[in-house]
Design a protein around this ligand. Structure first.
Ligand SMILES: [Zn+2]
Length: 261
């Protein structure tokens, strides 16, 4: 059973989530883009790496696999549709994996990349469900569309936002303050959003991570999950100068706006 989920900071704004087993010294890391911060964490806490979960092929999520697997005997789980070196257990939508006695389902979430997957646990052992969603859903934002279409990403975010409101959202980057700045521009009358900005500001001032988030908080404050709201539609249209006839078009306009924000 999982005891703690700890953020290991990497690069300038990545978190490598370290998932600890309550019954042993074993640890799983999610998206180790760099090996050294993981090795330092394991050594200073006398822990043994036994598992690696990968969400997608970008180097800042996979760069540490080679060195970690040369030092530790690890199971490495990742998307079946990718050509990521070092993965020894390929998974796809509808499958599940067992992590320290808990079941994680695989959700395919293409958009940021085509191979992107998320890991979701709702086995009632934890008080709240757990989601590792890489660069798909961020706190108050979403990943850039490097490979997929707006339609794909909108559908992927729809799958994640349909998870239980209490789900804890563990994404990979501390982009929250920049995302909130954009959210405030796109959704300026949203009281929940204004409250969130103050809370997250205080966390950053205290050098705390703003993560994990929750699906409930994202539904209330993340503009990319709120494309059906008339005021988001109005501000997306005002920005793009084009009328949107459906949620995907609102999403596409918001994403393009954020890319140049
Ligand atoms: Zn990425």
């Amino acid at each position: 059973m999982i005891s703690t989920i700890h953020p290991i900071p990497a690069f300038t704004d990545n978190y490598i989530w370290a998932v600890s087993d309550a019954d042993s010294r074993k640890v799983c890391v999610v998206d180790p883009g760099d090996a050294q911060p993981v090795i330092d964490y394991l050594q200073s806490n006398d822990l043994q790496l036994s598992e690696i979960l990968i969400t997608h092929h970008h180097p800042d999520h996979t760069g540490g696999i080679k060195e970690l697997t040369s030092r530790y005997s690890c199971r490495v789980v990742g998307p079946g549709s990718s050509g990521i070196r070092g993965i020894n257990e390929f998974v796809s939508e509808g499958e599940s994996i067992n992590l320290f006695g808990q079941k994680f389902s695989i959700i395919e979430v293409p958009g940021h990349t085509l191979d992107h997957i998320a890991y979701y646990c709702d086995d009632q052992i934890q008080i709240e469900p757990i989601l590792f969603c890489g660069d798909t859903l961020f706190a108050a934002g979403c990943g850039r569309l490097f490979e997929g279409t707006p339609e794909m990403m909108h559908e992927s975010l729809g799958k994640l936002s349909a998870l239980p409101a209490s789900t804890r959202v563990y994404c990979t980057h501390e982009y929250t303050m920049a995302n909130l700045q954009f959210a405030a521009a796109a959704d300026s009358d949203n009281t929940a959003l204004l409250e969130r900005i103050e809370l997250e500001k205080a966390k950053r001032a205290a050098k705390q991570p703003t993560l994990p988030s929750s699906i409930e908080l994202e539904l209330a404050t993340n503009p990319f999950l709120r494309c059906k709201e008339p005021r988001l539609q109005a501000s997306a249209e005002a920005q793009s100068g084009q009328t949107s006839s459906n949620e995907v078009e609102v999403f596409a306009a918001l994403r393009a706006w954020k890319d140049s924000f």
